[in-house]
Write a protein that binds this ligand. Structure first.
Ligand SMILES: [Zn+2]
Length: 87
């Protein structure tokens, strides 16, 4: 069963992955690596250190982004295939 409650977001301060087992309006999130405090409200993450707001969707780690990276790698592989045919 997929765990729908778990989300992984990227810390806007240091880039560390933060696993959220719960997410609710007004929830405070602390990055364990850099200690940045964040507040979740209205589908945005407010970084309390700098008062910057980030879209939760931008910070959220989703598998689709990884697929895009794989496509770029495939293009590089095609170039290698062309070189190989010349031999
Ligand atoms: Zn951090």
């Amino acid at each position: 069963m997929p765990n729908m409650a778990a989300k992984i977001i990227t810390c806007p301060s240091c880039g560390e992955e933060i696993e959220l087992t719960d997410l609710y309006e007004g929830m405070e999130i602390e990055c364990k690596l850099c200690g940045a405090m964040m507040l979740y409200q209205e589908k945005k993450i407010l970084l309390l250190d700098t008062n910057e707001e980030f879209d939760i969707e931008e910070l959220e780690r989703v598998e689709e982004e990884e697929e895009e990276e794989e496509e770029e790698e495939e293009e590089e592989e095609e170039e290698y295939d062309l070189d190989y045919d010349e031999y």
